[in-house]
Design a protein around this ligand. Structure first.
Ligand SMILES: Cc1cc2nc3c(=O)[nH]c(=O)nc-3n(C[C@H](O)[C@H](O)[C@H](O)COP(=O)(O)OP(=O)(O)OC[C@H]3O[C@@H](n4cnc5c(N)ncnc54)[C@H](O)[C@@H]3O)c2cc1C
Ligand code: SF4
Length: 276
């Protein structure tokens, strides 16, 4: 097991091991992270502000509670609304009236990226140590949005190294460039063929929708195309727009945030294509 505060390149196992106690600053600035996983360096560096990144850990960030514009308020504010909601003192959801599930948003910058990179999360608890794909760690329930077992803590994240050329990027839209949680976020990963131009595989994960990030489906039609093909940004951005329907769970209108998903996805791919 990796030391809680260590980042270790395990080339024999083909993974980068990241201890849960590694701070977000250390993660963002670590040379192996920057070299192998630039999108993870970007997402860790996009969290909040330098003082928070210097203290906050990746283990805390992947276990960050879900957020909602209705519940992240004072008790007084909620009382004025009529008595809270499913996640506080009430029994209704103000985002989805009549809904039985809390749809508060997973707002970690790093989780969509770790899912896009097929990372594994390691949990240690009274029943022992287990590792599971981080994508399976989250569930669509804003009240209990992880599959952590009672008494478990996260000890490590393992990110598999790319087997060939890859382009990856994280983009985040927030009101201010600092301090703010994302209101829309997209993690993109394109695995390329040996020619470093043709798309061999693609994974795109969108955050801040509900309690679990959404991995886009139906992207097969871009496989085999060149990353620099001008049709690719439009195809992926249109798929993101079609498959992602933000809710009014965080500030800013859902329709505007949905437009921003399309805009940020397209711009990110254009930027990756320019790098290629
Ligand atoms: C003003 C402000 C702005 C922020 N903006 C952003 C942002 O833009 N993007 C973003 O992603 N985050 C943002 N955050 C969240 C912040 O970055 C996270 O709280 C931080 O990354 C984790 O900090 P921590 O290590 O102190 O964990 P804590 O805050 O102490 O813990 C967070 C949760 O995780 C649990 N936990 C901590 N460590 C572990 C572990 N090893 N195993 C299991 N559970 C654990 C805790 O019990 C708690 O429930 C913001 C926070 C603040 C205060
Ligand atoms: S999504 Fe609904 S139940 Fe959950 S915190 Fe927001 S208002 Fe409350």
């Amino acid at each position: 097991m990796t030391a809680l505060r260590g980042v270790v390149l395990d080339e024999a196992a083909g993974v980068l091991r990241i201890g849960a106690g590694v701070t977000l600053s250390q993660l963002s600035e670590h040379p192996e992270v920057q070299r192998h996983f630039p999108s993870l360096s970007q997402s860790a560096g996009a969290v909040a502000s330098p003082p928070i990144r210097n203290m906050g850990t990746i283990g805390g960030n992947v276990n960050l509670d879900t957020r909602c514009r209705y519940v992240n308020q004072t008790h007084f504010w909620r009382e004025a609304l009529g008595g809270g909601c499913l996640k506080s003192e009430g029994n209704v959801c103000h985002v989805v009236p009549g809904g039985r599930n809390c749809v508060a948003a997973m707002s970690s910058d790093n989780v969509p990226v770790l899912i896009s990179l097929d990372a594994t999360i390691v949990q240690a608890g009274p029943e022992g140590v287990r590792a599971l794909p981080i994508e399976e760690y989250y569930k669509a329930d804003g009240l209990a949005h992880t599959n952590a077992k009672p008494g478990e803590v996260t000890t490590e994240l393992r990110v598999p190294l790319a087997k060939g050329p890859r382009r990856a990027q994280y983009v985040k839209w927030s009101v201010r460039k600092s301090i703010d949680f994302p209101l829309v976020s997209v993690a993109l990963r394109f695995d390329l063929a040996e020619d470093e131009a043709t798309i061999a595989a693609v994974k795109v994960v969108v955050g801040v929708l509900g309690s679990k990030p959404r991995t886009l489906g139906k992207l097969d039609e871009v496989v085999g195309k060149k990353l620099a093909d001008p049709a690719v940004p439009r195809m992926v951005a249109d798929a993101a727009y079609a498959q992602c329907k933000p809710l009014e769970n965080v500030p800013y209108e859902a329709a505007y945030r949905r437009d921003m998903i399309r805009v940020y996805t397209r711009r990110a791919i254009e930027s990756l294509a320019a790098q290629a």
